[in-house]
Design a protein around this ligand. Structure first.
Ligand code: NAD
Length: 260
């Protein structure tokens, strides 16, 4: 229970990777602010799962596309829990289309959520973290922070930008006991990736298993999906004293994708 008494805000934690990270840090004793834009039923299910671990849990429905709602969420968490010690910037979306057909509004939305929301959240938590002399900021980036794939112009641009933001802020807070790092997963089987599996199954006329096999074979040499639970454990490590001097890294968890 090394995170007992600390509080984490995990954006987009009603599903997938965010939920797994919220569960992992809650299991380690951390209070949690769950956030997300899922259905009422999905949100309630996620909150109940985190609450079972016995720490203090609240839900904030802030839309991470609205910077005033982000600032309000952080201020409320600081008021209610006394501090925000850990910020996990995880909320993200994907859209796949060739550049000439890429919808303008999807470009704007992906940049706003996958990059700008992280800027606004970091800006809101850093002053108090610096004052307390301890903080952990974990940005859920991607293999696409390091390499590109066709049809993902907005996502790749946002995730590359996110790594630049990670490194910049890591340097700015380096003397304050606040670490800022990026986790860079390859394919993780969450609703975000299942949509790509479904689309491929349809266009290539194959079943779900074959579509998954083809997706992995194209990029991920281990031929295994990274699991949300593995990312939860890595988040715990990033919050541990062993990671005190890990600063501004892009930590690949991608089955060898970016080693190629
Ligand atoms: P997911 O679709 O399962 O979950 C996304 C979460 O974000 C949900 O809780 C959703 O409600 C929330 N969300 C969406 N829009 C929001 C908004 N405007 N405001 C607040 N919350 C919002 O996705 P996931 O696969 O778990 O992805 C989580 C993060 O991991 C994303 O940043 C994604 O880019 C990144 N990532 C995922 C993979 C993968 O293979 N799944 C790989 C690399 C990186």
């Amino acid at each position: 229970m090394s995170l007992k008494g600390k509080t984490a805000v995990v954006t987009g934690s009603t599903s997938g990777i965010g939920l797994a990270i919220a569960l992992a840090v809650a299991k380690d004793g951390c209070n949690i602010v769950v956030n997300g834009l899922g259905t009422e039923q999905d949100n309630a299910k996620a909150i109940a799962e985190v609450k079972k671990l016995g720490t203090r849990v609240s839900f904030d429905p802030a839309n991470m596309l609205r910077h005033n709602q982000i600032a309000d969420m952080i201020a409320k968490a600081e008021r209610d829990f006394g501090s925000v010690d850990i910020l996990v910037n995880n909320a993200g979306i994907q859209h796949v289309a060739p550049i000439e057909d890429f919808p303008d509004e999807k470009w704007d939305e992906i940049l706003a959520l996958n990059l700008s929301a992280t800027f606004h959240a970091i800006k809101a938590v850093v002053p108090a973290m610096k004052q307390r002399g301890w903080g952990r900021i974990i940005n859920i980036a991607s293999a696409h922070s390091l390499v590109a794939s066709p049809m993902k112009s907005a996502y790749v641009s946002a995730k590359h930008g996110l790594l630049g933001l990670t490194r910049t802020v890591a340097l700015e807070v380096a003397e304050h006991g606040v670490t800022v790092n990026a986790l860079c997963p390859g394919y993780v089987l969450t609703p975000l990736v299942q949509k790509q599996v479904d689309a491929r199954a349809q266009t290539e006329g194959v079943d779900d298993a074959e579509s998954k096999r083809r997706l992995l074979a194209e990029k991920q040499p281990s031929l295994q999906f990274t699991t949300p639970e593995q990312l939860g454990e890595l988040a715990i490590f990033m919050c541990s004293p062993a990671a005190d001097n890990v600063r501004g890294v892009a930590w690949a968890v991608d089955g060898g994708w970016t080693a190629q």
